[in-house]
Ligand binder design. Structure first.
Ligand code: AHG
Ligand code: MN
Ligand code: MN
Length: 335
């Protein structure tokens, strides 16, 4: 069905969203509107990122977020812009953001959806003009309509996502998302202020030759990961690590590869956050034919217990993720 209704490259995001909605005759259009709200906030954030050096919004904000990380000015700006767009849109009752400790009530108590987001991913790259991103997950609320959303609404398994996506602010700006029927990528044309379908029905290669991790931490990686990295070198794979999850993920999605953020001495559960980083990318990679695990368990099957909980991540081409798991399993047999 998807193939017959495939829309041509060059279709605008608005039209694409509308046509996809028509495939579900009883859809109310609220999810479509929510996706449009995210696209609007993206355009605003994109403008601020592009002009950051001129607007004086590079550098630190002077406060730490809930994880004790130094907030950058653009982290704060992106957070405000996305929350404002979601609040104004009206479809979302509750938001979870990397930049806010608790759940955020929009006041739209009739909103059917919950959004979890990393408003700006790769903050350490903002000031040096390297690709950064935004990550979002959309869930249907579990609580009764007409009330504020609850913590339970926000701590759903990744399998419950109704949509997930990311924006990469790179050499061009792209929005990539899935509603569970494949993955599509849209490139932003700034002079027209429009996203156009540029990467229809993205599938990740079954296998790849790129591995991405912060190898500076190798001494405190699990032995299985150390052994896997040696294997990568024996195979003459390429090491590619930008330090912005979205950008590293996007490259590997298109070219084939594996991204790893294993446990380290500093971050015993890895550094990345399950609810607003790992789950969204896990849904996308699976929809594109890839895999995402924490080294043994499927990311989407994990039940979050805390908003900001961290989780190790191995994500990418399915054969490469399997190989990492083989090395990790061998480590435990050897012990
Ligand atoms: P954020 O900027 O949202 O805090 O995320 C940063 C993350 C992720 O984007 C990236 O892959 C990772 O941190 C890099 O961590 P290291 O500097 O430890 O490699
Ligand atoms: Mn991040
Ligand atoms: Mn962030």
């Amino acid at each position: 069905m998807d193939d017959q209704l495939a829309l041509p490259v060059g279709t605008t995001l608005d039209r694409f969203i509308m046509r996809k909605q028509e495939e579900f005759p009883f859809a109310s259009g609220e999810l479509s509107q929510l996706l449009r709200d995210i696209a609007l906030a993206t355009k605003i954030v994109n403008r601020e990122i592009n002009r950051a050096g001129l607007l004086g919004v590079t550098g630190t904000f002077g406060q730490q977020n809930v994880q004790g990380e130094e907030q950058q000015k653009l982290d704060v700006i992106a957070n405000i812009r996305f929350i404002r767009a979601l609040r104004n849109g009206g479809e979302v009752c509750t938001i979870i953001s990397e930049e806010e400790e608790g759940i955020i009530q929009t006041g739209n108590t009739k909103g059917k959806y919950v959004v979890a987001m990393d408003p700006l991913d790769g903050s350490s790259n903002i000031d040096v003009n390297v690709a950064i991103g935004t990550i979002f997950s959309i869930y249907r609320r579990l609580s009764d309509n007409g009330e504020d959303g609850t913590l339970e609404d926000c701590l759903q398994d990744g399998t419950k996502q109704v949509a997930a996506g990311y924006i990469i602010y790179g050499s061009s700006t792209m929005l990539v998302y899935t509603t569970g029927c494949g993955v599509n990528g849209f490139t932003y044309e700034p002079s027209l202020g429009e996203f156009f379908l540029s990467h229809p029905n993205i599938k990740t290669p079954q296998d790849g030759k790129i591995y991405s991790c912060n190898e500076g931490n190798v001494n405190s990686f699990p032995d299985g990961i150390k052994a896997y990295l040696n294997y990568c070198k024996e195979q003459h794979y390429s090491a590619r690590y930008i330090g912005s999850l979205v950008a590293d993920f996007h490259r590997n999605l298109l070219k084939g590869g594996v991204y790893l953020y294993p446990p380290t001495a500093k971050s015993p559960n890895g550094k990345l956050r399950l609810v607003y980083e790992c789950n969204a990318l896990a849904m996308i990679i699976e929809q594109a034919g890839g895999k995402a695990t924490d080294g043994s368990e499927r990311i989407l099957d994990k039940t979050p217990t805390e908003l900001h909980q961290r989780c190790p991540l191995v994500i990418g081409s399915p054969d490469m993720v399997d190989k990492v798991e083989e090395f990790l399993a061998a480590e435990f047999v050897a012990v």
